[in-house]
Design a protein around this ligand. Sequence first.
Ligand SMILES: [Zn+2]
Length: 494
Amino acid sequence: MKRYYCKQCNGKLFIINSKTVCPKCSKLNILSKEKSLDISKKRAQYLEKMFWSFLSKHKKGALLVHFANWREELAYSFLEKVPLLETYKFLATNYLLIKIRDKVRFGSKDLNPVDSKRILELFAEFLRIKEETLKINEGFGLLAYKKRRYNLKKAKDLLSNFYLITSVDLKEIFKYYRDYGVYNSKEAEKVIAKYKAEYEKILKRPIKKIHYTPKSFFENDNFFRLLIQLDIAFGRNLLFAETLDFFYLKNKIEPSDLTRICNQIITKLKIPYKPPYPIGVHIKEFIGVLTNLFPKKYKELYNLLVVGDYNITSFPFFLEFGDMVIIFPRTCFLFYLFLHIFLHKELFDKKKNEVSYNFEREKMIDEFKSNGFKAKEIKTRSLQIDAVAWKGKTIYVTECKHWGIRHLMEHKRFHEYLERDLKGIVDGKKYTDRKPKEVVSLVEKVQYIKDNLNTYGLPKKAIVKGLIIVRDFYPIPKYKRVIIKNIKEINKLT
Ligand SMILES: [Zn+2]
């Protein structure tokens, strides 16, 4: 049994004009997955061609600087105005920078504001269609058509006769993004308006200076909260995750290298710095700073961090432009935060587990109690039950999992893993690196409680049920009589 599936045909349910429909059973104007995918790919190809033919008329260097400046503005606004990152735009600027970096042929046209606006519009549309293709491919999207007769060779038909419809489960996931501070721009505006005064207060609070180590970084709760937000926002699908993947930098740089370089340039070279504008220094000065900070690896660092005419493999943290290097301090600070996820993954995972493990279990017991249940944790030498909760004649033997929105939740495999892990709790299988480990199953725990009602002072003749509480999203509502709910739904239990 799965949630969000049609009871008649067992196919996935979709949303069209805010109504839930089954594409198979309804006779609506919805295309099959194969047809949708084919058309979506054609749309993406068409837009990409149009986009590049327009873009490549311009000077390469000018384009790189332009989009890096735009990225710097986004980072500045996120760090110093409102802590809501416009993730889509931030992704777009990085994606564009990489694409431009990789292309060879460009023209000689200067970039004027009208052209730059046009580039952005075309690019936003292209990116939207790229995501559309991805959603269709993963089974979370289909195309619906307006006119029954169409000719795909006509651009007008190809681009405007079809629109994406999204599956109910993906819509459900989008709702949970907000709990992690990830908003679309419309929502963000509302949140900003609501909390503006509070944000301003937070921004004015002085930052305590402590000696930096990766470990001390993770002890800072503000940074940690930001990291969670960035992790969710930039790990949501492969379009994001592949653009912003930094595992290859492990053991080559430290996150703080980026901020150290920026600080050194601003303080030692006494370059006037007015955010959100970037800073330009002569290549020689830049290399001087690098040599001073990292005498042994300055060449390697230059190649890893600076994109230039002769260096098109690095990520564009810094840009070489003529005989200058352009520095983007706020972008560097944002990447300094973000790189901890990749370069200190063990510390990040450890902190995530600690925080959610303690917090979620206590929160769950409180939630039971405030809904009229009695609840307690039970630990014996051989098993642990996160909560036994009872009200009237029902006892819930509960396992609490802090699993919530994780990486790549806009991909089928996330849902498959989640389903596998939930079933594993009931069957007593714990999955790490695919090989399951045998653990005490929830079924056994239910039996243990049934056999020991007296020992724990539980009501006799009660019905004992298995229950799993997760943090937010779950793909199956029940498995082998064990009920699955999220923490907000405890009030629905009787
Ligand atoms: Zn159906």
